[in-house]
Design a protein around this ligand. Structure first.
Ligand SMILES: O=C(CO)COP(=O)(O)O
Length: 222
């Protein structure tokens, strides 16, 4: 099996914005180097270019819009994101839900630009549905656990296990991540033991006193 993957969603916390976004990227880079685990940053759009200039970690956008160049005021066009250095994008995060047709278009744009698409889902049924669109990865995150510190992999293991099984039944090449409340090495180990390919997480690392220590703890039981 491939090595597990960690995606850190910066969201819009002040602790992960601006200059702190860059500091967090350096923490990800050194934790990745020390542990040998791939760690991806998903910062706000405005912070992508600087992180890409000053580190060598993989960077995902938090969201892209299914729009073509032209008149789309306020939208996230994929092309400048690519130019800024992303190698993938989250799509349909539960804090920024999209229509099914738009998810389809966003995945298609990622494929055309040869970057990874990681579509967030809220349960087993939507994970199955999204798998039919063949994204690179599905990340199942029960919304009620997001930001609570209650880890999905330990509190609702059946969601992770069943999502893995049903998504892989449809297309075994799709990576399955899980997220919501993931913080510690035990949380991540539980996710991997349930068959997940990795985790998508935010507050447990971003709000930690030492994000780098928290990242190393996260991958310490693998
Ligand atoms: O929404 C999430 C990651 O995309 C999960 O957030 P928390 O790790 O803060 O629960």
């Amino acid at each position: 099996m491939d090595r597990p993957i960690v995606i850190l969603n910066y969201k819009t916390y002040l602790e992960s914005s601006g200059i702190k976004a860059l500091e967090l990227a350096h923490d990800l880079e050194s934790a990745a180097n020390e542990s040998g685990i791939t760690m991806v940053a998903a910062p706000q759009a405005i912070d992508i270019y600087r992180i890409s200039e000053e580190t060598s970690i993989p960077i995902f956008a938090q969201h892209i819009d299914p729009v073509s160049p032209g008149g789309n005021t306020g939208h996230n066009l994929i092309d400048p994101f690519i130019e800024s250095g992303i190698s993938g994008s989250l799509i349909n995060h539960s804090e920024n839900r999209m229509k099914l047709a738009d998810i389809y278009e966003a995945i298609k744009l990622c494929k055309e630009h040869e970057i990874d698409s990681c579509v967030c889902t809220n349960n087993i049924a939507t994970s199955k549905a999204i798998s039919c669109l063949s994204p690179e990865a599905v990340a199942v995150e029960p919304p009620e656990l997001i930001g609570t510190g209650i880890p999905v992999s330990q509190a609702q293991p059946e969601i992770v296990e069943e999502t893995v099984s049903q998504v892989k039944d449809i297309n075994r090449n799709i990576k399955v991540l899980c997220g919501a409340g993931i913080t510690t090495g035990d949380d991540m180990k539980a996710a991997i033991d349930l068959g997940a390919d990795g985790v998508l997480l935010a507050s447990g690392i971003i709000k930690a006193k030492s994000p780098k220590k928290a990242l190393l703890d996260l991958v310490s039981k693998l």
